[in-house]
Write a protein that binds this ligand. Structure first.
Ligand SMILES: [Zn+2]
Length: 159
C-alpha cells in the first residue's frame, strides 16, 4: 500500500465524470487499499479515486470502524432528509451544510468484484452521497449553505 497525494479544489480532475471500472483485479484492489491508507492518514471518513487523480468509479468510506470499499457504486434508494455540515479532504479548512437523504441504499461491487448492497443512515448516508458525488465531478461546496472556515477542526468529519 502507498499514500497518494490528495488533490485540491480547483484541480480539473475533481470536475470530471469518472469512468466505470470494467474488471476488479489486483490493480483495482491496490487502488482501493491506497485510497484506504490515504484516507486514514488524513483522518477522513471517505475518499474517492478522483481525489487522488484516478478517474475511475471507486470510493472508500470508514464509519464506526466499518470499512467500505466500493466499485461502481450507485444509490438505488433514498428517503428522508438531513442538513448537516460536511467537509472534504480536497477542500481543507472549510465546511458547509448540505441537504442529503437521511437514509440511502447503495449497490456496488466489492473488492472481489462481487455485487453487494449497502445501507446507511446519518453520517454514513452523507458519506455515501458525498463520495458518489465526487465520481460525477461534484464537490459539496457547489451545493452547500453556511459555507465557512472551520474554527475547530477537531470536530470535523472530512470526506
Ligand atoms: Zn470530498
Amino acid at each position: 500500500m502507498a499514500l497518494r497525494n490528495i488533490i485540491e479544489d480547483g484541480h480539473p480532475s475533481l470536475g470530471m465524470v469518472c469512468k466505470p471500472v470494467k474488471k476488479v483485479g489486483d490493480h483495482e484492489r491496490e487502488i482501493l487499499d491506497d485510497l484506504t491508507e490515504t484516507m486514514r492518514n488524513a483522518e477522513g471518513v471517505g475518499l474517492a479515486a478522483p481525489q487522488v487523480g484516478i478517474l475511475r468509479r471507486m470510493v472508500v468510506i470508514e464509519v464506526d470502524d466499518q470499512l467500505y470499499q466500493l466499485v461502481n457504486p450507485v444509490i438505488t434508494e433514498s428517503e428522508g432528509d438531513q442538513f448537516e455540515y460536511e467537509g472534504c479532504l480536497s477542500v481543507p479548512g472549510m465546511r458547509g451544510r448540505v441537504h442529503r437523504p437521511a437514509k440511502v441504499k447503495v449497490s456496488a461491487l466489492d473488492r472481489n468484484g462481487e455485487p453487494r448492497e449497502y445501507e446507511g443512515e446519518g453520517l454514513l448516508a452523507r458519506a455515501f452521497c458525498h463520495e458518489l458525488d465526487h465520481l460525477d465531478g461534484i464537490l459539496y461546496n457547489s451545493k452547500c449553505e453556511d459555507y465557512e472556515r472551520i474554527t475547530d477542526p477537531v470536530e470535523e468529519d472530512e470526506e
